[in-house]
Design a protein around this ligand. Structure first.
Ligand SMILES: [Zn+2]
Length: 134
């Protein structure tokens, strides 16, 4: 996509703080990090999010992300991290080129955990049945 900022980063048309690269992926520092070492992993070829991410690249994504995470964790001296993707505006996705977050976590880092919503076994059972039928 011509006006996609992550496509431009992937093509190195605009600068970024690249920390790892493979045939199909690039990892670079998030310019608004949630914690020290927050990195984005992007496929070089444009796709919007997980819904159109090519499954054929899944193994390379995982291998590349693990390698990248290990480098980050050694650097920022922690063992814990979040690995996530936001899919769509309501989830917090701001750039509509698929990107996977690697966010190092530290003891008492004050970064919010996902809030929990009250539920019950009855509600969970009903929802599970609905989802399985789709
Ligand atoms: Zn793009």
């Amino acid at each position: 996509m011509n006006d996609c900022i992550f496509c431009k980063i992937a093509k190195k048309e605009i600068p970024s703080f690249i920390i790892n690269e493979s045939k199909n992926f690039l990892a670079f520092l998030d310019i608004n990090p949630r914690t020290k070492g927050h990195v984005l992993v992007i496929p070089k070829k444009h796709c919007t999010n997980l819904t159109d991410f090519p499954s054929s690249l899944a193994k390379e994504l995982i291998d590349f992300s693990k390698e990248t995470a290990n480098k980050i964790l050694k650097t920022v001296k922690t063992t814990d991290f979040n690995f996530s993707i936001n899919n769509g505006k309501f989830s917090g996705q701001e750039v509509f080129h698929a990107h996977f977050h690697i966010i190092p976590r530290f003891k008492d880092d004050k970064l919010a955990q996902w809030p929990k919503s009250p539920s019950s076994n009855e509600l969970l059972k009903k929802l599970a049945e609905e989802i399985k039928q789709k």
